[in-house]
Design a protein around this ligand. Structure first.
Ligand code: XMP
Length: 315
């Protein structure tokens, strides 16, 4: 485990020396990239600009939350609306690795444009060790191409700066506490966003359904944690499945979709255990998802698989 104060001091000194010009930070609002953004802000001040991309694949309320947090923490930042661009890049794609590649490329091109506008020649990312290990680094097989690792093309024009490359999540959380980031225990959210929680084709309507289901799972789990019914899980979310299934609505047959609920315990995301949830909590989630997505989602499943053999996200 790192010593947070020492790590911050050393890394700010290293970044000041390593980045002579201007830099943009790929800031997703998650803990990793927020820590990276605060480090570079301390090192470069006005020469740094955090870029938060609204991909249209974010969770409910996320853009407003991140904007408020960045403003409060005094970061120099910009919110770039790009939902149309990301959804267009994903049209007709249902292979998980292809989705990740398309999203990676869309991010890269957008960051190149933003860097050119700001006059930056460096891109700072919050990449942490499991991102590149699972993307096939260190002689491992590629489990998943993380958007921030495998999406970088050979002709990329910016210098990559990754101050958290050797850290694991628990170490980044210790840094987040040290830097005063609220919600340092907030659950991780994958960079490709809801695109990897919409298995099968990514359409605006299917993204909307996944967003509603994810919000319900988050609200119900957080309510149960606050009420002391369960310990805080590592990660909790919903996945829209690529199956059609039959349900009943009033007196009518409906042919709708299915959602899988995933709630896991983990230390560093390299392995994970499916959490045993109270029956009533699961029932409440199923009732809300099928009511708030009435006629659209007619079945809710609970994923009981550990990692390995499954991964945490479905794609
Ligand atoms: P998996 O699904 O590989 O996920 O067991 C391990 C952890 O990483 C998150 N994850 C990602 N994070 N970019 C990210 O920044 C990605 O492409 C990505 N894919 C998965 C996942 O949510 C889990 O916490």
């Amino acid at each position: 485990m790192i010593d947070p104060a020492k790590f911050v001091a050393e890394s700010v000194a290293r970044l000041s020396a390593e980045v002579p010009g201007r830099a943009i930070v790929a800031a997703s609002g998650g803990i990793d990239s927020t820590v990276a953004a605060l480090l570079i802000e301390r090192a470069l001040g006005e020469r740094a600009r955090a870029i938060f991309v609204d991909t249209g694949l974010l969770r409910a309320g996320e853009v407003e939350r991140v904007r408020a947090f960045f403003r409060d923490s005094g970061l120099h930042f910009e919110v770039v609306p790009a939902a149309d661009r990301f959804l267009a890049a994903l049209a007709g794609v249902d292979d998980p690795e292809e989705k990740r590649r398309r999203i990676g490329t869309a991010f890269v091109r957008l960051f190149e444009e933003e860097a050119a506008k700001f006059g930056a020649d460096s891109l700072v990312q919050g990449t942490i060790a499991p991102d590149w290990i699972e993307s096939g680094g260190a002689l491992r097989d590629t489990i998943k191409t993380h958007h921030n690792v495998g999406g970088i093309p050979a002709d990329f024009r910016l210098r990559l700066v990754e101050p958290l490359r050797d850290l694991y999540k628990d170490e980044v959380r210790a840094l987040a506490h040290h830097l005063g980031i609220p919600e340092a225990e907030r659950q991780p959210f994958p960079g490709p966003g809801l695109a990897v929680r919409v298995t099968g084709p990514v359409t605006p309507e299917r993204v909307r359904r996944a967003r509603v289901a994810n919000a319900i799972v988050e609200e119900e789990i957080e309510r149960a944690v606050a009420a002391g019914e369960i310990a805080r899980p590592w990660q909790y979310f919903a996945v829209l499945l690529p199956v059609r299934t039959v349900g009943v609505l009033g007196d009518n047959r409906v042919h709708g979709e299915a959602v899988s609920v995933r709630v896991v315990e983990s230390i560093d995301a390299m392995t994970a255990t499916a959490m045993a949830l109270p029956r009533l909590l699961l029932a409440r989630i199923a009732e809300r998802v099928t009511r708030e997505l009435s006629g659209q989602v007619v079945r809710v499943l609970y994923d009981v698989t550990d990692k390995p053999p499954a991964t945490i996200e479905w794609e």
